[in-house]
Structures are given as structure tokens and as C-alpha cells.
Design a protein around this ligand. Structure first.
Ligand code: CIR
Length: 266
């Protein structure tokens, strides 16, 4: 079976050191500027938590000209069998893909590229055991999603195109996989029915950003500012690792955004 390993089993990740310019990162609403020191501290704690979870971390250098380049999840998608270069949907982020490409070409034998001029951000892609869900959003359009589906088929992956709720940055801003059959999401996204085939856990009202949790091997990383979600997952038997995301939250980011994760058989 090509995909019998859990999709949340990883032994490698790529992260990128935050640039000083990260304080100017994109955001939909003004929640105040994050501080560079605050973001750096959150990033360092994230790297340590990943190492504790059993993952080898490759750290790429900061890119001052790209404030949001710390969010390496958006310009690419990686699997055991190969990597896909994406086309981020915000003009200020589009060239991040070319910046990360040389690293991916070194680390993966197969590196595919989206054809055409559509857009797709990694934050809109939720990998589940039976299918890769691609959320249409302000960053991912139909052309990008279809071009991505063509690349996914080449890697032997089934996929489906779904919708991200209005006003939500990315599909995974509002959802995450907890185990082989369970998804955590916001009530709004759950109501759309996209996760009807899964067991579902809904974040409490007011904890919406906590839906961008991150399952890595045995642990689920969750924003430390969301004690109600943490308690709920703890009671459900998940091994929760709380990580502070208050500063990156000011630029609309969460836990999945800061890494590209895969299982390497090499
Ligand atoms: C952006 O708007 O692109 C960044 N400020 C946040 C990106 C978050 N990425 C993600 O959820 N995958």
C-alpha cells in the first residue's frame, strides 16, 4: 500500500527563520503589529516542539524582502514521493515559491510545478488519509486548484476541491486533521458539510483560531491561548502540546503555516 503510513507521521520538516520584516506581514484586520522578538520566540518554541516530536528540522535563512516567508507552508506542498511548487495567491508572496525551489530540488527526486496561471496556497490544502482537500479561498482559485489536482494525480493522490468559508484566510485556518478519522474545525466550516465523512470536533465559540492545530506523530500542537480547546482535546485523549501563537496570530498565522512536513524514506 503506497499510503499506509498515517498522513501525520513525519520525520522531516523545513522551517524558515523569521525576517525582521515579519512585523509587516500581511493581515486582514489590524490587531496591532507583532514584535520581531515575540515572533522569534514563538518560532524557536515551535522548532523545539518539532524536535521533541521526533522530527529532523531543516532551517532555511531569513528572507528580508519577503515578510511572510516564515510561513513556508504556503509556497509548496511535500510528500514522501515528491514536492509540488505552488503559486501563492498574494502578489507579495508569489516569488517565495522560486526561493524555496532549490532546497526542494536538493531534497526531493520529484519536484512538480503547477501549470497555468492559477493560484494555490499551501494553507488551503488539508491532507487526509483518503483525499487531499483543496479549499477555494481568496488565495486559491479554481484554476490553481485544478492545476494542483493534476500534480497530485501524478503523485498518486486523490483530491477534491472544497470551499473555505467567506472571510477566512485559508481552509486550514479553520480546520486540521487530529487522527486518521477525526477533524477539528470551526462550527462554520463544519456546518458546510465538508467533513461529514469524518468524526468531528468543533472548537468552542471564541476559540476559532485554535482550529489550526497541528498533529505531528503522537502529539497535537495547539495555540496556548485557547485553554478550552486544549482541555477538550486532552479529555478526548490527545497528547496536547500548547504553543504560543499570539504574535503570529496578529498576522493571521497559526501552527501549520510555519513548516513543510513529510516522511522521508531516505
Ligand atoms: C499571509 O497572509 O499570507 C500571512 N500573513 C499568513 C499566512 C498563514 N499561512 C497559513 O495559514 N498557511
Amino acid at each position: 500500500m503506497p499510503h499506509s503510513r498515517p498522513v501525520y507521521q513525519f520525520n522531516n520538516i523545513i522551517v524558515r527563520t523569521p525576517a525582521q520584516s515579519v512585523v509587516n506581514g500581511l493581515r486582514a484586520d489590524d490587531k496591532g503589529d507583532p514584535t520581531y522578538a515575540g515572533i522569534t520566540a514563538e518560532h524557536e518554541a515551535y522548532v523545539k516542539a518539532m524536535q521533541n516530536a521526533g522530527v529532523k528540522v531543516t532551517v532555511l535563512p531569513a528572507l528580508e524582502e519577503f515578510p511572510d516567508s516564515i510561513f513556508v507552508e504556503d509556497p509548496a506542498l511535500v510528500f514522501t514521493d515528491g514536492a509540488i511548487m505552488l503559486r501563492p495567491g498574494d502578489q507579495t508572496r508569489l516569488r517565495e515559491a522560486a526561493k524555496i525551489a532549490p532546497t526542494l530540488r536538493e531534497m526531493f527526486d520529484t519536484v512538480l510545478e503547477l501549470s497555468g496561471d492559477g493560484f494555490a496556497d499551501g494553507g488551503d490544502i488539508l491532507v487526509t488519509p483518503d483525499s487531499v482537500m483543496i479549499g477555494l479561498s481568496g488565495r486559491t482559485n479554481q484554476a490553481g486548484a485544478e492545476a494542483l489536482q493534476a500534480c497530485l494525480s501524478k503523485l498518486g493522490r486523490k483530491s477534491e476541491i472544497v470551499k473555505t468559508p467567506e472571510g477566512v484566510l485559508h481552509f486550514k485556518t479553520a480546520s486540521s486533521l487530529l487522527d486518521d478519522e477525526t477533524v477539528i474545525s470551526t462550527a462554520t466550516l463544519a456546518r458546510s458539510g465538508v467533513f461529514d465523512r469524518f468524526k468531528q470536533v468543533i472548537v468552542p465559540d471564541g476559540d476559532e483560531p485554535a482550529a489550526n492545530a497541528l498533529r505531528v506523530n503522537d502529539v497535537v500542537m495547539v495555540g496556548a491561548q485557547f485553554p478550552r480547546t486544549i482541555e477538550m482535546l486532552d479529555k478526548l485523549g490527545y497528547k496536547v502540546v500548547p504553543l504560543n501563537t499570539a504574535e503570529i496570530g496578529k498576522i493571521d498565522a497559526g501552527l501549520s503555516c510555519m513548516s513543510l512536513r513529510w516522511f522521508s524514506e531516505k
